[in-house]
Ligand binder design. Structure first.
Ligand SMILES: [Zn+2]
Ligand SMILES: [Zn+2]
Length: 342
């Protein structure tokens, strides 16, 4: 297995990465062709997994029946763009010289390495890293919904009315840069090695690719509290229910629902509701292609970040000039879910 992997990466390095780096005139010491090739092969495997495993699940047990898949095409283009761009890794490498500004660690000498037991058990250390990243992701995701200027960007991810296997990567590129910068900073403080960081990000992405699948797949009343499944994340994408304002502010966790359970934002036992965003300004993303959507999200962001209401936490819609207008009745994130099983 190891040999097969090495030979695939060697071929990709010789046939794709080296000619690409040469054509771009990238100095040999800046990035290794072998590492680039490895990232590209992993990215292609990720796309193949979505296309040949997750996509058929949608035909097998659809959560929602769509008569026309056209709306999902733009999400597939996002996936190809972002997955192949390997954005987080690039940023991490770019920020590596900043190492030491935060805590002074070199690779392998971060915060958690000072705990001798963890330093001696690399797999356990990897698991702890994953847990820490998942915790950071949970709070970052809460902020993406609660802070109107950040919602202006993140709402592009939620504007999809047909959430499916490609939707994970539908996002504002600026939002992607912010997310990556935050996660990369955490990685630097912890002293995560670049290869480990790539693996951690990949593990997170794979869970998220799966949790967006348009399929009625749940892990059952015990394991759905352990790992996020498609039923859980579909509820996060529900359109707001006027009769139950705030219900949609739920299920923010990326991989481990424990954070939603502990911080009382977990919702279980609710029937799937239509996905998307009721705000017409955000819903209009569905009529746009990739570039149009990026521009629309930037306009919302620019309208929000310059206004006072853009900094006041709570649910908003976007009014004239893209200024955020608080949604009445949806200002507060409820502290107690009415879902069963908690
Ligand atoms: Zn969200
Ligand atoms: Zn999502």
């Amino acid at each position: 297995m190891g040999d097969a992997w090495r030979s695939i990466v060697d071929v990709a390095s010789a046939r794709v990465a080296q000619p690409l780096l040469a054509a771009l005139q990238v100095p040999a010491e800046a990035i290794s062709a072998h590492e680039l090739a490895e990232s590209l092969v992993i990215a292609l495997l990720q796309v193949a997994l979505i296309a040949f495993v997750f996509r058929p699940l949608e035909s097998w047990r659809p959560a929602e029946r769509w008569t026309d898949r056209r709306l999902t095409r733009v999400d597939r283009n996002y996936t190809l763009l972002v997955v192949l761009g390997v954005l987080p890794l690039t940023l991490f490498l770019a920020m590596t010289p900043l190492r030491g500004v935060f805590t002074g660690p070199k690779t392998g000498e971060g915060l958690l390495h000072s705990i001798p037991y963890l330093a001696q058990h690399p797999y356990l250390l990897f698991g702890v890293y994953y847990l820490v990243f998942d915790f950071v992701y949970y709070w970052m995701h809460r902020a993406q919904h609660a802070i109107p200027w950040w919602w202006a960007l993140h709402s592009l991810h939620h504007s999809q009315r047909q959430v499916g296997c490609w939707t994970n990567h539908r996002d504002s590129l600026l939002d992607g840069v912010l997310e990556s910068a935050i996660l990369a900073s955490v990685g630097i403080v912890l002293g995560v090695e670049p290869a480990e960081f790539a693996l951690l990000m990949l593990a997170g992405e794979l869970v998220q690719d799966f949790s967006h699948v348009n399929a009625r797949i749940g892990f059952g009343p015990v394991f759905d509290k352990v790992i996020v499944d498609p039923v859980f994340h579909r509820l996060h994408h529900m359109r707001a229910d006027a009769a139950r304002p705030g219900l949609h502010n739920c299920n923010f966790s990326q991989a481990f629902p424990i954070w939603d359970i502990v911080f009382r934002t977990g919702l279980y036992g609710e029937a799937a509701r239509p996905t998307g965003v009721s705000d017409p300004m955000v819903d209009a993303d569905n009529a746009q292609g990739l570039v149009g959507q990026q521009l629309a999200a930037l306009r919302r962001f620019w309208g929000a970040v310059r206004s006072r209401s853009g900094w006041q936490p709570g649910d908003v819609s976007f009014g004239p000039g893209y200024a955020p207008v608080p949604d009445r009745g949806c200002r507060d994130i409820p502290t107690r879910r009415d879902g069963a099983g908690l």
